[in-house]
Design a protein around this ligand. Structure first.
Ligand code: ADP
Ligand code: MG
Length: 383
């Protein structure tokens, strides 16, 4: 029964109430599905557009049971649900992607181990279970290196670059919870990502590799297709396919990578859900990442994305960029998306805009800035 495609009118349950859930719910509605959100915020971005919401904790068995009782299949826009919560959901409804995949992606150490076993190239890394292991990692990696928590990091939170031995104690005390992961600091040429979807029937689809540029550790711009050699894009997509197949994905997964100075790809992390770096697909493809996600979760066929344009996606972060919203709305050619968040706090992702170009027409740096109109940058991005 669970391998049958969900019929129109069925309900997709989404764990998590943020913008990824909101855009998934909108895509689901367009395909004739209902959505129901499990969230701690009854007026959050996803609950505003879904058919209903169960308000409760992600680890509260009663809330999880009530939620599951109202939906036909469960998916996520958010990875940090407990192992017990996942196990409970799996006894009640099909969970896509499966809980094992979330258990890997929500723990950087499990993720590194899985990727290493899958022959996926990674930056040199060491598990740091105790203080002595941190000294050993520092000696092996040499300075500077990056120290990260294994759980609950996002937008660069829960990690530090360590430059000198006297920073080891404060970093060990300041980063929590333990254990930690130490990684070589990669002087990357650029950051890339690939969104990959895999259906119930094993069909795999990738979206074109995307270049991602961050500001203050938050994604600022995505460029698609990534302006790197075609062989690099092909290799990035092949790595994403390998990961999707090895992990037994049913759903959508984002793979973040570094392209190092020697042209080698190193995988940074994976996220088994729609991803900010895939937002350009909403307007530049016939089937964008959110529809692909919904199709995979609902057991529908996965067509090729059908990218018809090149694209630049710019995030709208915090009060300063939100202040430009009226000018963005007035700017011809910017496709604007807003998430319905009540308050524009600094560093908060409020929405994004997509600017399309004819295929093959992605401009260089100055052209991209010019094309962003009111969002054109006056200072350079992070190095
Ligand atoms: P998050 O969960 O916050 O996205 P990431 O591991 O992706 O955590 O790190 C956030 C950003 O920090 C990356 O996109 C990259 O810009 C930078 N970064 C992380 N790890 C490294 C590394 N080993 N070398 C160089 N830059 C890194
Ligand atoms: Mg990341």
């Amino acid at each position: 029964m669970s391998d049958q495609p969900l019929p129109p009118g069925a309900t997709i349950g989404i764990v998590g109430g943020g913008q990824l859930g909101r855009m998934s719910a909108i895509a689901a509605a367009r395909l004739g599905f209902r959505t129901h959100i499990l969230t701690d915020d009854p007026d959050g971005p996803a609950a505003q557009v879904a058919g209903g919401a169960t308000v409760g904790g992600y680890d509260d068995p009663d809330a999880l049971r009530r939620f599951a009782g109202l939906v036909d299949v469960v998916t996520f826009e958010f990875e940090n649900i407990s192992a017990d919560g996942l196990a409970l959901l799996a006894t009640l409804r099909p969970v896509r992607p499966a809980g094992d995949i979330l258990r890997i992606s929500q723990d950087r150490l499990a993720e590194k181990r899985f990727l290493a076993e899958s022959d996926v190239p990674l930056a040199p890394w060491h598990a740091v279970e105790d203080r002595a292991a941190l000294d050993a990692a520092a000696a092996a990696l040499s300075y500077p290196f990056v120290l990260k928590t294994t759980r609950l990091g996002y937008d660069g939170k829960g990690q530090r670059v360590i430059h000198r031995p006297d920073e080891l104690d404060p970093a060990w005390d300041g980063l929590a919870p333990h254990p930690l992961v130490a990684e070589a600091l990669i002087p990357f040429a650029c950051e890339l990502s690939v969104m990959v979807a895999r259906g119930l029937d094993g069909t795999v689809r990738t979206f074109d590799a995307t270049e991602n540029r961050h500001r203050h550790h938050i994604l600022d711009l995505s460029l698609a297709p990534a302006p790197v050699p075609a062989e690099v894009c092909a290799e990035a997509e092949a790595l994403a396919v390998r990961i999707a197949e090895r992990i037994g994905l049913v759903g959508l997964l984002g793979v973040e990578m570094f392209l190092d100075a020697d042209g080698r790809l190193l995988v940074n992390e994976i996220a088994p859900r729609p991803h900010n770096s895939g937002h350009w697909t909403m307007d530049a493809c016939l089937v964008g990442q959110f529809e692909m996600h919904v199709r995979a979760v609902a057991g529908l066929p996965l067509p090729p994305p059908g990218r018809h344009s090149d694209a630049v996606m710019k995030n709208l972060v915090g009060p300063d960029e939100m202040a430009l919203w009226p000018a963005i709305l007035a700017e011809p050619g910017l496709v604007a998306h807003l998430y319905g968040k009540r308050e524009a706090r600094p560093g908060r992702k409020m929405g994004h805009v997509n600017r399309l170009f004819p295929r093959g027409g992605l401009p260089g740096a100055f052209g991209i800035e010019a094309a962003l109109g009111p969002l054109a940058r006056r200072e350079p991005p992070d190095a």
